[in-house]
Design a binder for this molecule. Sequence first.
Ligand code: DQA
Length: 252
Amino acid sequence: MKSLQVNNLTLSSSAPKIAVSIVAKDLKSLTQQLQQISVVKPDLVEWRIDSLTQMPDQDTVQTWLKKIHEQITPMPLIATFRTPGDGGNMRASEDQYFKLLRILSVNPLINILDVELHHDQKRVSSIVKRAHQHGIKIIMSNHDFKKVPANLAILDRMHRMQKLYADIAKVAVMPQSKTDVMRFMQTSLKADQCLDIPIVTMAMGDLGKLTRIAGSLTGSVITFGSMNTHIGSAPGQISVPTLRKVLKLFSK
Ligand SMILES: O=C1C[C@@](O)(C(=O)O)C[C@@H](O)[C@@H]1O
């Protein structure tokens, strides 16, 4: 059983932890979502920076991080910026993406930084190194919003994440059939057995819902939930209170 310590939270598939995403476009909605978070009490919080209306500069990042940190401490914070191809809301050039990640990778208010695998590998490596030097863990991600890739392709991607010194390897896919879901769950288990680092996996959309509660079987250490029926960061997310109840059934 692999585990990873982030502040005082232990990530382990024996009891997957619940993350909720802040998807606020302005400070008013940030305040509302932070209020909701204090009610639903997840285990971790993700700030989806691509929900803003424009690329933030260093000062804006700091203002938002301070506000988030004040409200969520001691819950760990994941900082994520996703472009539309990976299910995100904001376009960014490679230069803009890495400029933002360079700012984030040295910020002590962040515990985990999300980096997408498909970007330029040298630049990814340099972000990973910089984050680690500043005590920040890396979730390396790969998203496929069209399909469930072939098993070997999924395993290969997760091995590449490990080689790039990710602390957690994450894959999110879009199943088109029940068979896709079962195949993905099996591949996830295989990845958990082969890799030395913890994994996070989910199949999106309604078909994939089962994967969001099955971490104790498939090895996934985090499940992303929605705040309520209309605030979430990906299709098929289950609300945090429901996740909490259902996960209890599987806890050892
Ligand atoms: O990568 C993930 C997983 C996710 O896409 C999901 O399907 O729950 C939601 C994202 O916010 C997060 O960064």
